[in-house]
Design a protein around this ligand. Sequence first.
Ligand SMILES: NC(=O)c1ccc[n+]([C@@H]2O[C@H](COP(=O)([O-])OP(=O)(O)OC[C@H]3O[C@@H](n4cnc5c(N)ncnc54)[C@H](OP(=O)(O)O)[C@@H]3O)[C@@H](O)[C@H]2O)c1
Length: 246
Amino acid sequence: METKQIVIITGAARKTGIGLEAARQLCTLGYKVIITAREIGRAQEAAQILIDEGLDAVPMALDVANEEMVKSVAEEVGQRFGKLDVLINNATEFPDQYRIETAEIADVMKAFESSFFGAWRMIKYFTPLLRKSENPRIVNCSSGSGSLQGEEGEYTLVNPWRDFVSVYSLTKLAINGLTLKAAHDLKDDHILVNAPIPGMTATYDILEKAGGRPVSEGAQSIVYAATLSKGGPTGKHFKDGREVSW
Ligand SMILES: NC(=O)c1ccc[n+]([C@@H]2O[C@H](COP(=O)([O-])OP(=O)(O)OC[C@H]3O[C@@H](n4cnc5c(N)ncnc54)[C@H](OP(=O)(O)O)[C@@H]3O)[C@@H](O)[C@H]2O)c1
């Protein structure tokens, strides 16, 4: 049995993404982090960046839209490490922004396939390994854009960024519901399930130009939820280490 705490992060290979930065911060805290991406080459490249920094990262190929692949990665993690301490559902599809009338339903379904059903699949197949942890945590990366309420001036479902119906924000609304339901279902297993929001973060040029915060700051909300102590909060939304409303 592995002695270090094991984390798996989905969709963590983008160099300017929150996933890779959250992995870096967790490795720095002493965790072993499994960096996953749809293509093994990208996972290896991303993990190597952390390994070159002296950190404990392991690459694996994982497409969360592929049920067989999720199942077989769960088996591999079980065989190699015997448990999982933290599952971070970071993978997200950002489809184009639409109005309801002009949306391509196939694009809407593709976004839900990765962002929502992908997270559900991960929870389904990794829960048996999480039960073997002393302090299991599930982190569903959400976004204020999927919230009904926000702080003054924040973008939410009812105060959207730009005048669009965002498929992305609807996937996050669904993720928030999944988080509440999973937190309830897994309470007796002492698995903490939370949905932190990073705030607008400069992971793409467009977000940088819109005033997004540095990636190192955006990742901190994810790391906060990933490092909660045993018996900590569950079924909550966090930003910058404090609970916020849905
Ligand atoms: N950036 C922000 O302002 C912001 C704000 C609020 C919340 N968030 C949330 O924080 C998380 C990270 O954000 P980010 O901006 O860093 O996102 P990102 O890197 O663009 O997206 C995450 C990754 O998901 C991967 N992905 C998509 N479908 C997948 C699938 N089926 N299987 C595996 N991986 C898949 C993408 O892979 P490819 O690289 O191959 O496309 C991408 O690398 C997301 O959940 C996002 O919703 C971000």
